[in-house]
Design a protein around this ligand. Structure first.
Ligand code: RP5
Length: 163
């Protein structure tokens, strides 16, 4: 079993500018992860294989991003009990509301933890994954606490009023 605990998957190369936010924060928090293109529609066999082997490969969280008819997170949740965090990628036609609804409205029994549309959602997916792993990993918990404290400390108490 490898040390990789988080899988970041996305429906297309075009999702990478959004999904790299998840990879970046996991890098920053020193969480080993893998990144793959897995499309519910274009590579269904790859999706099935990924879901079928997720537990035995030691994955503990899967972050899945897709846009439009965004079936990837839900289909992955139907194939593995590894928790799936869904990221709705922003689309041109419907601004990502299509992605959001596609990911959010899962039937009872197969949950996907759905984030916000776009880059903030991807960043939060990485943080959510780190928070889940930190429950069993004291060193990661310390790094995540420090990251959160630094973010809070960076917020000024009064707004700049020039300009
Ligand atoms: C989805 O279709 C992907 O997740 C992507 O967000 C969207 C468009 O894909 P491309 O046509 O850019 O490859 O499956």
């Amino acid at each position: 079993m490898s040390g990789i605990r988080v899988g970041i998957i996305m429906g297309s190369q075009s999702d990478w500018p959004t999904m790299q936010e998840a990879a970046e924060i996991l890098d920053e928090l020193q969480v080993e992860h893998e990144v793959r293109i897995v499309s519910a529609h274009r590579t269904p066999d790859r999706l099935w294989e990924y879901g079928k082997t997720a537990v035995e490969r030691g994955l503990q969280v899967i972050i899945a991003g897709a846009g439009g008819a965004a079936h990837l997170p839900g289909m992955m949740a139907s194939k593995t009990r590894v928790p799936v965090i869904g990221v709705p990628v922003q689309t041109r036609a419907l601004n990502g509301v299509d992605s959001l609804y596609s990911i959010l409205q899962m039937p009872r029994g197969f949950p996907v933890a759905t984030m916000a549309i776009g880059a903030a959602g991807a960043r939060n997916a990485g943080l959510m994954a780190a928070g889940i792993l930190a429950l069993q990993d004291a060193a990661l918990a310390d790094r995540l606490d420090a990251w959160r404290a630094a973010l809070s400390a960076s917020i000024p108490e009064t707004p700049a009023r020039d300009g």
